[in-house]
Every structure is written in C-alpha cells, then in structure tokens.
Design a protein around this ligand. Sequence first.
Ligand SMILES: NC(=O)C1=CN([C@@H]2O[C@H](COP(=O)(O)OP(=O)(O)OC[C@H]3O[C@@H](n4cnc5c(N)ncnc54)[C@H](OP(=O)(O)O)[C@@H]3O)[C@@H](O)[C@H]2O)C=CC1
Ligand SMILES: CC(C)(CO)C(=O)C(=O)O
Length: 297
Amino acid sequence: MNIHIIGGGAVGLFFAAQWCEKHAVTLWTRTEQQAEMISRGGIRVLENHMENIYPVNSKKIESLYVEGDLVVVAVKQYHMKEVLPLLQNAAAQSVLFLQNGMSHLDFLEQVPHPHLYAASVEHGLAKIDGRTIQVNGRNKTNIGSLRSGTAGIIDQLQTGSFRFDWNENSYHMLIEKMAANAIINPLTALLKVKNGEIAENARFRAIAKDLSREFASVFSYKTAEDTFQSVLSICTKTADNESSMLKDMKAGNLTEIDAIVGVLLKTAEKNHRSVPAFQLLYNMIKGKENTPEFMSK
Ligand SMILES: NC(=O)C1=CN([C@@H]2O[C@H](COP(=O)(O)OP(=O)(O)OC[C@H]3O[C@@H](n4cnc5c(N)ncnc54)[C@H](OP(=O)(O)O)[C@@H]3O)[C@@H](O)[C@H]2O)C=CC1
Ligand SMILES: CC(C)(CO)C(=O)C(=O)O
C-alpha cells in the first residue's frame, strides 16, 4: 500500500517504522528540519535496550495533494482543526484516525474519503527526538470502521511485532480506550507518576476503581469491574510509560483533556449522571494547563 502518515510524533514515528518494510510509507511532518532528519537517518526505535533503524521517506507538510491508498492521521486532538484542510486535499481511498478520546468524530462529516477507520492504540510510546522513539510497552491496536470500512484492512496493516484486532463496533472500541485514558491520563499527570504506579499503589488503585464506577454509570455497556480490570491491564502493560497527558503537562503543552474527560462530562450531563470525581480531575487539569509551575523538566 501507499501510506501517508500525518504527524511525526511518538505514534506517527512508531507506525511509520512498523509499516515501512511492507509498504511505501511517507511521513509528513510540520517542520523541514524533522523531515530531513528522518529522510537522512531513518527512524530510530529504542526498545528493551536495543536500537533499530528504519528507512522512511519524510516530507514537510505544506499541502497534501498526494495520491495514496491510506492516509493515517497521527496528530493530537487539538491539532485536528489545523490538519482538516490538508486531509481534505489528499486523494486516498481510506483514512485512519489514531487519536485517543472521541472529539475527532465531530469532524467526520467534513472528511470526504469513501472509507474511514478509527483505531485505539494500546502501546506506550515516547518521542525522544525528531527521529527517535522509545517503545515502553507493546500491546494490540484495535481498528473499526467509521464509514464503509472493511475488516480486510487488518490483513494489510498486520505487522510481525504486535496485533491489529478488528472491532465491529468502533464506538464501543473508542469508549473502552477512553475509559483508560479518562482515568490513567489525568491521574498520572496530576500525581506525576508512570502508568504502572496507578495499578501498584493501593490508594491510587482505589481512586481508579471509584473512577471506573463513575465511568460505567455514564457508558454502561461495560460493568464498573470490567472497566477497572481493563484500566489495570493497560497500566501494567505500559507500566514504564509516562502517559501522553503527563508528557504534555511536563512540556507545557495543551492536553487532550477536552477530547477525553470533557466528552465524558458532556455525556454525563446529557444523561443526568453525577460524576464529581471526573469533574474534579477535569478542573484540576484545565487549571494547570500551560502554567509554568507545573513543568518539571
Ligand atoms: N504516545 C502514546 O503512547 C500514545 C498516544 N496516543 C494518541 O495518539 C495521538 C498522537 O499522539 P502522540 O504521537 O503521542 O503525540 P505527539 O505530540 O508526540 O505528536 C503529534 C505530532 O503531530 C504533529 N503535528 C501537529 N500539527 C501538525 C500539522 N498540521 N501537520 C503535520 N504534523 C502536525 C506534531 O508536530 P510538532 O512536533 O512539530 O509539533 C507532533 O509531531 C494522540 O491522540 C494520542 O492521545 C494513543 C496511544 C498511545
Ligand atoms: C495507552 C496509554 C495510557 C499509554 O500511556 C495512552 O494511551 C496515553 O498515554 O495516552
């Protein structure tokens, strides 16, 4: 396949490296400097004290008048508005969104491509520099259709080093991942701990359990206990990872809190559910976003 990936962050670099041996991959970055770095030196993947280099073609994104089989959107939720006009110009059969949270679904009507897919990524990935990532845990990646997608895409994207699983219900798939992100991300960002500590520390685990109960009172297709167990499992499998929200907070960036906990709060309000613990987490993260005293780098 001819694959174009938008966004040279942790996730974009990771998938570009995984697919480049089997597909023609182009990674579109925001800066010329990063594109040159990748094209010249390849993508460096650090994992279990080993280093692997993957040759990938990379270009600065100015316009996206490209033809391809698949465009993969690997930017943060708060970049989506900026990326949308570029995406609209790309001539491709399919688009795959890799975002955590759910607010990217609001843009779907403006995306003209015939086949749309969403994925929920369960790996723990950290960007070290413009061409280097650290893999802090491989898990599976779930994919489902948002518009006329078919399970056949799984066979094409499959890699030797982790699984892609097909999900018949993309909405449930995204909600399941959102449970993990709504609980793990703000807790780790506020407590400044790695994911594993939420499962290991009895008091933090108890908070995660209470939050699982609140989450299941809003999105009730899964029990509170199942939600809690799935959160613990992701914490354990990505124990050494700093969540993306913790990384954003440390870097003084915006966070994806609106696309994750914000969506939960709006749904709770619509359905007359009380979620005081999530409201508290939301206010704490919003209050801290972009404030220099939170930065610990
Ligand atoms: N990291 C992780 O472990 C996981 C992340 N996710 C989700 O995946 C998504 C991506 O996350 P992640 O890769 O960590 O985020 P990063 O912040 O590492 O990467 C986002 C990238 O998008 C680039 N970008 C922003 N705007 C544009 C634009 N207009 N054109 C081209 N590139 C652009 C940024 O460029 P620049 O650097 O120049 O600003 C940056 O490199 C998020 O929704 C996240 O929640 C899901 C599971 C795990
Ligand atoms: C899977 C997890 C929790 C890994 O840290 C993640 O999605 C994130 O950090 O946003």
